[in-house]
Structure formats: C-alpha cells, structure tokens
Design a protein around this ligand. Structure first.
Ligand SMILES: *[C@@H]1O[C@H](CO)[C@@H](O)[C@H](O)[C@H]1NC(C)=O
Ligand SMILES: *[C@@H]1O[C@H](CO)[C@@H](O)[C@H](O)[C@H]1NC(C)=O
Ligand SMILES: *[C@@H]1O[C@H](CO)[C@@H](O)[C@H](O)[C@H]1NC(C)=O
Ligand SMILES: *[C@@H]1O[C@H](CO)[C@@H](O)[C@H](O)[C@H]1NC(C)=O
Length: 229
C-alpha cells in the first residue's frame, strides 16, 4: 500500500513534468529563426510635436522609453495634417555589410519586438506601426482603444492590456505578403499586408483619426529588430 502510494506520487510528479514540457513546447518563441539587427541610439529618429522640445514629451530612464502626447498637440512637422505623435522611427543601419545603405527594408521577413505598458486612460493611440506600403501609407497600425489592441480601428487583436507589461512581436513577411502579431508569445492575429514598399517600424504614441483620449502614453522596453536568416 505504502509502496503503491509512492509509485502513484512518482507517476504524478512525472506527469506534471511531462505536461509542463508539452506546454512549453507549444509556446513558440516568435524570434525563432530570426537574427537580431543590432541597434543603438544612431538607429532612432525622434518625432514629436514640432513646437515642443523632446524632453516635454519623451523620457528614457532605467531602460524604459516613455512617450506621451496630447490630442491638441501640433503634428510632427509644420504643414503636416497628421495627428499628433511622439514616436521613434527606427532606421535600420548596421555595421554588418548586409545592411549597409539599407535604412529601410523592402523585402524579406522582418520583426519588431518590444515590451509595452499602456496606462489606463490612453485610448485611440497607435503604439507601434509599420510605415510604408504599396497601397496607402502604412502596412500595419496597432492601436489601443479602451485597453484593447486593434489592427487599425476595428479588428480586435487582444484585450485587457491596460496597466501591465505585455510583449509585442510584429512580423512582416514582405515576400509572403503577411503581417503577424504575437502578444505575450501567443499568435493573436494574421493578415495580408498592403503590398511591398519602403518599409520601417515606429513605436511610441500617435493619435488615431477618431476617439482619441486627450492624454496618450506608451512605455516601451527591450525593443529589438530581427531579420529572418
Ligand atoms: C551605432 O551603430 C552604428 C552603425 O549602425 C555605428 O557606426 C556606431 O559606431 C554605433 N555607436 C555606438 C555608440 O555604438
Ligand atoms: C480604467 O479606469 C476606469 C475609470 O477610472 C475604470 O472604470 C476601469 O475599470 C479601468 N480599467 C482597468 C482595466 O483598470
Ligand atoms: C498619406 O500621407 C499623406 C501625407 O501625410 C496624406 O496627405 C494622405 O492623406 C495619407 N493617405 C492616407 C490614405 O492616409
Ligand atoms: C468611436 O466612438 C463612437 C461613439 O462611441 C463609436 O460609435 C465608434 O465605433 C468609435 N470608433 C472607433 C474607431 O472606436
């Protein structure tokens, strides 16, 4: 009796380890098969309301980029009719010969990764985008509305995102014409892109055309760019 009880216990422990392993195996790291493109400060171009100094809309502290903008702020450039933004445009410039003279991507499979925090109250804000496309100006805008992440305005990607850190992986397969979004390592969304173009990633806060909160903020850490090898 004693022995079979111990066997049962051992079996249960083994089962737990097995299930845990099986569970781990089903969680696919979205960066699998990609190589990191090394970035530093020289790869960041800051965009903010043209009449406002950067430090009044952005701070980098303890590895966290914090962006904020107000609905009545000026656009990033005088004469632009776009909504207000405080964003980093990533310029992919690398020391490796492969990427020389290639500030943007036009083909291949590219991936943005970052960990974001959106305070409750921020709504109608694009927090990460792929700029450029054959049709229209952008390939993908990921927006936060009332704690939901949406693809542009309507298609819901994920919910309950306020006031917590979540990991975003945004993959653009230009050759295959596909955009895939992972949140916290789970595949949440896949859609056709809008055709190839002069493409690049941006992150921060950028007001949507409609239903925007007066104050918009996003925080980002561990931002990386990867390219499929
Ligand atoms: C940043 O990267 C660029 C190449 O992309 C390189 O020329 C530059 O020296 C790097 N700067 C630092 C501070 O590492
Ligand atoms: C966000 O704030 C509003 C107003 O204070 C509150 O009603 C709501 O429950 C909050 N949402 C979350 C997800 O905390
Ligand atoms: C694309 O950008 C230009 C310049 O900002 C703007 O005039 C135009 O309305 C935009 N097109 C779309 C479809 O948003
Ligand atoms: C904006 O708000 C209005 C009124 O609440 C709603 O009907 C509309 O669907 C919202 N639009 C978006 C893009 O959330």
């Amino acid at each position: 009796m004693q022995a079979s009880y111990r066997h049962m216990l051992l079996f249960l422990v083994a089962l737990i380890f097995f299930l845990n392993d099986a569970h781990m195996a089903s969680v696919v790291d979205p960066i699998y098969g990609f190589v990191e493109v090394m970035l530093n400060e020289s790869n960041f171009e800051y965009q903010k309301p043209y009449d406002t100094p950067l430090f009044q809309r952005y701070i980098y502290q303890n590895g966290i980029h914090r962006f904020w903008v107000y609905a009545d702020d000026k656009p990033f450039r005088l004469g632009s009719n776009t909504q207000p933004r405080t964003e980093i445009r990533i310029l992919v410039i690398s020391t490796t010969p492969l990427f020389l003279d290639s500030p943007d991507y036009t083909s291949g499979v590219w991936q943005f990764e970052g960990v974001a925090f959106i305070p409750n109250g921020t709504s109608g804000a694009t927090i990460v985008q792929i700029h450029g496309a054959a049709h229209g100006n952008t390939t993908s805008l990921l927006r936060i509305y009332n704690g939901e992440m949406r693809y542009y305005s309507t298609q819901v990607i994920d919910t309950n995102l306020y006031d917590r850190w979540f990991k975003v992986n945004l993959i653009h397969d230009v050759d295959g014409g596909k955009v895939t979004v992972f949140v916290d390592n789970k595949k949440k969304f896949k859609i056709h892109d809008q055709g190839p173009g002069l493409l690049y990633f941006k992150f921060g806060v950028y007001g949507a055309p409609k239903n925007i909160s007066y104050y918009m903020e996003s925080r980002w850490k561990d931002v990386k760019i990867y390219k499929k090898c």
